[in-house]
Design a protein around this ligand. Structure first.
Ligand code: GZL
Length: 307
């Protein structure tokens, strides 16, 4: 009797329905909220039975959730690794249990790529490069020193590592540009505000803020205004994500440019899950389609912005 054979769909419930265990990072930002909604709505639309957990941005909670999905013999596990390292052991346990794993949003640095079937998400190095390229163009022809402060995402996360390196590479084209301070704001508004307050106290001349997400940029805007400076004018701001609140600040000229990072991975994830559970091979890396916005483009996009 192989009813409990976890390679067949609906093994956990035996009703042919696919059961997915999803271990989410947390609820740290507007982007994450939109990402969670996209996953939950897409599971319902796809008729996939979703077990969902929020790790409050703690790796040990994500590992616990993945272990519980293995114990429940779900058909497929998907998650967005809060940081890049430390996943091999639990991914090996999933592999030994013959449960396929799909990575979404963030990547892992495991050398063994047989530990997961595919990675669906953005290229964060490209996002950082887009932000840097825009800044270099913005200051084209100017030779005065440009002092940049950087609010990094969660320490050790793929978006923080890659957005930092992509941006740093791009601004090498402008020798007058210098990152004078760089610190994590953990992708949250509160921390972004706190760190920006410290930047403002320690650095009399800040020309530009590069924030790895809109939530930290919005927190920084509060700090900049409290210091009696005009965000977008006295201090130019470039951010990443393009969530509604970020786009609203962009349209109002408080942010100067936003590089989009789409959270709407749900539908593609569910399609991939069905293929992977059937044992079909899928592309090892699936890139999200995304763009970037000026204030004018934000004004035009806002009315029908889904998130
Ligand atoms: C990027 C995602 C990041 C967002 C942040 O794909 O992992 O995490 O840029 C979110 O807003 O907190």
């Amino acid at each position: 009797e192989n009813a409990s054979d976890s390679s067949s769909p609906g093994a956990a419930k035996g009703d042919g329905k696919i059961t997915m265990g999803f271990a989410q990072v947390g609820a740290e930002s507007g982007w994450r909220t939109a990402n969670t909604k996209s996953i939950q709505d897409a599971a319902t639309a796809a008729g996939i039975d979703l077990k969902f957990s929020d790790a409050q941005q703690k790796q040990e909670n994500q590992i616990k959730a993945i272990r519980s999905y293995i114990a429940q013999k779900v058909d497929v596990i998907a998650f967005s690794p809060v940081v890049e390292s430390g996943w091999d052991t639990v991914l090996k346990e999933a592999k030994d249990a013959k449960i396929p794993v799909i990575l979404t949003d963030r990547a892992v640095d495991s050398k063994d790529t047989t530990l997961y079937k595919t990675f669906l998400g953005s290229d964060f190095v490209v996002e950082g490069k887009k932000a840097g390229d825009w800044l270099v163009k913005e200051y084209q022809g100017k030779t005065d020193p440009v002092n940049i402060v950087e609010l990094q995402g969660t320490t050790g996360s793929a978006p923080a590592n890659d957005r930092k390196s992509g941006f740093a590479d791009a601004i090498k084209a402008a020798p007058n540009m210098k990152i004078i301070a760089s610190q994590t704001g953990d992708f949250t508004r509160a921390k972004g505000k706190e760190v920006m307050e410290a930047f403002l106290k320690a650095n009399p001349k800040i020309d530009v803020l590069y924030a790895h997400n809109d939530d930290m940029a919005l927190g920084a805007i509060e700090a900049i205004e409290a210091a009696g400076k005009k965000p977008g004018t006295d201090i130019k701001i470039i951010s990443v994500d393009a969530v509604k609140d970020g786009m609203t600040a962009l349209a109002a000229g408080k942010i100067n440019h936003i590089v989009e990072c789409s959270p709407l991975l749900g539908p593609q994830l569910m399609d991939l899950a069905k293929k992977v559970v059937k044992g079909e091979t899928v592309e090892p890396r699936i890139l999200t389609v995304e763009t970037e916005f000026t204030p004018e483009q934000a004004k035009a996009a806002l009315p029908d912005r889904k998130y």
